[in-house]
Design a binder for this molecule. Structure first.
Ligand code: PFF
Length: 445
């Protein structure tokens, strides 16, 4: 049987956008931007996206399309018996570990969606959402139940394969996401705090440019949001036929992902600034405590806003989780010669089990079980985010920049004899590795 294929190029691009647009654009982007000073962060983040993210994304697309296999297989095919396969191994390891806790947070999201739908979340008193959220994540059944439910849907989609599962679902999800997001932004911009929210997001505090932690946060966010360093984009592009133009696909993914994060900022910050006592720098709890407080103060429209908002986040998370699972599924299919259905159920089941300690670590029974002083979920998050992703990205940049024959890499990407091609190669050779090495060094210090 031949390799599975995307039905159309647009289907592939939508799926890649679906992978990129996720919790990272809403939950993570808003709290990282909130913590790191808003506009200054946004500017540095956009620079990182174009200087490091875009070249590495194009590199991943080229590796996958050329390799025509899962991420480890693709490295082994292009550069047999070379240490570059480390990039593939890191990809499988990080996508697996990230999915284990991504499912937990997505579970919180669908719990909130459910609570808004039943009216339970709308009935919580002002100022009490911290307790509401704390009680939920501190439980021993709830967080696991919602995580398992979310993961079941993810497994259900990947089970049906590239065209009938992943491509089809993204064709429905992505337009839906765009409509809801634009509607919510339109509403948010009519709130009293819109001007303050916009100023926070677009008027830089110049002092923040001198703060190294803002650069770190920006480059980490760029990798996470573009799904880089985890093999997801390599795996997706391995289902492409030869004739697809990769640079335009990479450009489209980057532009949509960035627009999505900025518009999500337009939904969140005007709302946060409209109501007193709320801070944009509330950290990871921003969308689970601060925003519900905002919805609460909105009066009648709040529940509706809550339902639409959490539905939006749930779908965004789903399309990203699908791509995370596909990395390991496609590896297991080749490695163990399993069919897709078996691979999906086995791998999906194991990832879910590995995620359970994370689900119970945020106030629940496993809170005191720490690794180097971090709760389980935070430890897995930090390990992947700080070390595995940048390291994976570094290997990919160095491989395409230095390891792979230059003319072959350019031919594969369709950039032979073009100025863009030389710029791309030099970004992979020098700019991206230096940027990434800097984060790794600072992380290790
Ligand atoms: N890019 C996704 C987000 O922003 O939420 C997260 C993600 C998905 C990371 C898939 C990595 C990946 F392979």
């Amino acid at each position: 049987m031949g390799r599975e294929r995307w039905g159309t190029k647009a289907g592939f691009i939508l799926a890649a956008v679906g992978s990129a647009v996720g919790l990272g654009n809403i939950w993570r982007f808003s709290y990282v931007a909130g913590d790191s000073g808003g506009a200054a962060f946004l500017l540095i983040y956009i620079l990182c996206i174009f200087l490091v993210g875009l070249p590495v994304l194009l590199a991943e697309f080229s590796i996958g399309r050329r390799g025509q296999q899962d991420v480890i297989g693709s490295f082994n095919t292009i550069a047999p018996q070379k240490p570059w396969v480390l990039g593939g191994i890191l990809g499988v390891a990080s996508s697996f570990l990230i999915l284990s806790f991504y499912g937990v947070i997505a579970g919180w999201v669908i719990f909130f969606l459910y609570s808004y739908l039943t009216g339970a979340a709308g009935a919580v008193g002002a100022g009490e959402y911290g307790d509401f959220f704390g009680e939920f994540i501190g439980g021993s059944v709830g967080p696991v139940f919602w995580q398992v439910l979310f993961m079941t849907v993810v497994v259900g989609i990947v089970f049906f394969g590239i065209k009938k599962g992943i491509e089809l679902s993204n064709k429905i999800f992505m337009p839906l996401l765009a409509v809801i997001l634009i509607f919510l932004a339109g509403y948010s911009l009519t709130l009293d705090g819109a001007a303050d929210g916009l100023a926070f997001l677009f008027q830089p505090d110049w002092g923040a440019f001198g703060d190294p932690s803002v650069y770190l946060a920006a480059i980490g966010q760029a990798f996470f949001t573009l799904s880089l360093g985890m093999g997801a984009m390599i795996t997706y592009s391995s289902y492409l036929p030869k004739e697809t133009r990769l640079p335009s696909a990479a450009g489209t993914v980057v532009v949509f992902d960035t627009l999505f994060a900025i518009i999500a900022g337009l939904v969140i910050f005007p709302a946060v600034f409209t109501f007193a006592n709320l801070e944009p720098s509330d950290g990871p709890a921003l969308i689970f405590i601060t925003l519900p407080e905002v919805f609460n103060q909105m009066g009648g429209g709040g529940t509706m806003f809550g339902i639409l908002f959490f539905f939006l986040v749930a779908i965004a998370a789903l399309s990203s989780a699908i791509s995370l699972l596909e990395v390991s599924v496609s590896y297991a299919m080749r490695k163990f010669n399993w069919n897709r259905k078996l691979a999906t159920v086995v791998v999906g089941g194991i990832v879910t089990l590995v995620g359970i300690p994370s689900a119970l670590s945020q106030g629940g029974p496993l809170t005191d079980f720490t690794i180097f002083g971090h709760a389980f979920l935070d430890a897995v998050d930090l390990l992947t985010d700080r070390y595995f992703l940048p390291l994976g990205g570094l290997v990919i940049a160095l491989f395409v920049g230095w390891g792979w024959n230059k003319s072959e890499a350019l031919r594969e990407t369709g950039l032979t004899d073009s100025v863009l091609g030389s710029i791309w190669i030099w970004f992979l050779r020098i700019v991206a590795p230096l940027g990434i090495a800097l984060i790794l060094i600072i992380n290790f210090l």
